[in-house]
Design a protein around this ligand. Structure first.
Ligand SMILES: [Zn+2]
Length: 469
């Protein structure tokens, strides 16, 4: 037996045995990562034999026990996948591909899942929620594994798209954490009722891939969805801001800037007016509103009146309705620029990333599991981003687990986060996140009533969110 820091590594030698009273006798092999302090807090007593090779976990306070002995034995299986999961995380990190082009990760994940008995389906039909156009999402997939009887259908959501500079949002680790959960569950599905579906969801960054999957009905029939995301801490129930982005193109009339300026219409002037108008509106926005933009193109040479200008804007708010109001504001300001200068204006919007419907009881169940297994920082988020997990949460109970891979305060989409996403030091957190998701799914498979309760809570939470908007 060997302890390291607060996050204890218990080195075992023979196996793990369940005693009839539900207590766990450890005489095992491999490593179990358990947070001994957290286990004690939860009412477990850990007793070791004199030579330290045999340990017994005893439940003492029924009401305080968060993990059963059986669950601890199940959690211990994560160690089996350390090597494979490190490899998958590293390979996807080394082959970063942006939204909807993630062929490498898709291929790799499908290969591993299919080798573990999952029935893999690829080239899924997606539907653009705005245009209703159907298209083939060739980097999306589902991998399904049936249990021993009918029961709940539980989804695990994987992401694997990169940013232009690589995996600075750590989606390689989302894929790895989800994969580890799926592989752990695969070992027990033969004894569990229900159906496990692993969703390969491409294009989270900027393309809202999940929105296309939701619109196509790919989540129909799923009871609960479980997602993860690396961050600087462990948290569930975080807000995501509803968001969408606009590309605005102004078209003016080119002319020699010195010989015939009176004949020109400056598209850049239109963009500048729009930009300033949007900035002036800031004073009148709700405090959760986020408006950010830049001018991408404002002319080519000084001696020609710019006949083309292009700008990008993103709007975000805590609810979809207010976010749409911000989008209207952007359009008004863009029209102002066009009107003032006589330029033409075209605006096109991305697909919406929805605000999440939260199921508090589900979030609580998952974060309690995380607390029991991690010694990392557990703390709700107060910094807000956006994710297309919000779109899934609008159609079924969904929990997103943040797992800590960086010191507090390091945000995704930074150089520091890029480094953490590729570091082997992040793998223990990835495996713990996978274990939490696997344990949560296992509980859901075993407890239909729990699933029904979450579905009821989801319906109420959604109604409330819509009424607020
Ligand atoms: Zn991300």
């Amino acid at each position: 037996m060997e302890f390291s820091s607060a996050h204890k590594t218990l080195k075992l030698s023979d196996g793990i045995e369940m005693k009839q009273n539900g207590n766990l006798s450890i005489t095992g092999n491999g490593d179990i990562k358990l947070n001994e302090a957290a286990l004690k807090e939860l009412g477990f007593i850990i007793q070791w034999s004199e030579d330290g090779t045999v340990g017994t976990l005893t439940k003492i306070k029924e009401g305080h026990v968060v993990l059963s002995g059986e669950e601890i034995a199940f959690a211990a299986m994560a160690a089996e996948f350390t090597e494979l999961i490190s490899e998958v995380a590293r390979k996807i990190y080394d082959h970063p591909q942006m939204a909807f082009t993630e062929t490498y990760a898709c291929e790799l994940l499908c290969e591993v899942l299919s080798s573990q008995g999952f029935e893999v389906e690829r080239n899924l039909r997606g539907v653009n929620p705005d245009t209703k156009d159907a298209w083939i999402m060739d980097t999306a997939f589902t991998a399904t594994l049936k249990g021993n009887a009918s029961g709940p259908t539980i989804a695990i959501l994987l992401e694997y798209d990169a940013l232009p500079d690589g995996h600075a949002c750590g989606h390689n680790l989302i894929a790895s954490a989800g994969l580890s959960a799926a592989l752990m569950l695969a070992k027990q599905m033969g004894a569990l009722p229900g159906k496990l579906i692993v969703y390969g969801t491409p294009g989270e960054e900027g393309k809202a891939g999940k929105a296309h999957m939701v619109e196509a009905g790919l989540f129909d029939g799923v009871d609960v969805a479980l997602a993860t995301h690396p961050g600087d801490r462990w948290a569930t129930g975080s807000d995501f801001l509803a968001t969408k982005t606009a590309t605005i193109v102004f078209k003016g009339v080119p002319s020699h800037a010195s010989a015939a300026p009176e004949k020109g219409i400056s598209a850049l002037d239109a963009a500048v007016i729009a930009y300033n108008a949007i900035e002036l509106q800031r004073e009148h926005l709700r405090s959760d509103a986020r408006v950010h933009g830049f001018i991408r193109d404002g002319g080519k040479v000084t001696n020609v009146v710019p006949d083309r200008a292009e700008m990008d804007w993103g709007v975000r708010a805590l609810d979809n309705v207010y976010m749409e109001k911000l989008a209207d504001m952007i359009e008004r300001c863009a029209r102002a620029g066009a009107l003032a200068t006589g330029a033409e204006m075209e605006i096109s919007w991305s697909v919406t990333y929805g605000a999440p419907v939260k199921v508090e009881a589900l979030d609580t169940m998952v974060i309690r599991l995380a607390e029991a297994l991690t010694s990392g920082l557990v703390k709700p988020f107060d910094v807000l981003g956006s994710s297309d997990v919000g779109n899934v949460s609008f159609v079924l109970p969904t929990c997103n687990l943040w797992f800590g891979i960086t010191p507090e305060g390091v945000m995704p989409h930074t150089k520091e986060f890029l480094a953490a996403s590729g570091a082997s030091e992040s793998i223990p957190s990835v495996l713990t996140a996978g274990t939490v998701i696997a344990l949560a799914a296992r509980r859901l498979f075993m407890d239909r009533e729990m699933v029904e309760n979450y579905k009821e809570a989801f319906t109420l939470s959604k109604q409330k969110l819509i009424a607020q908007g």
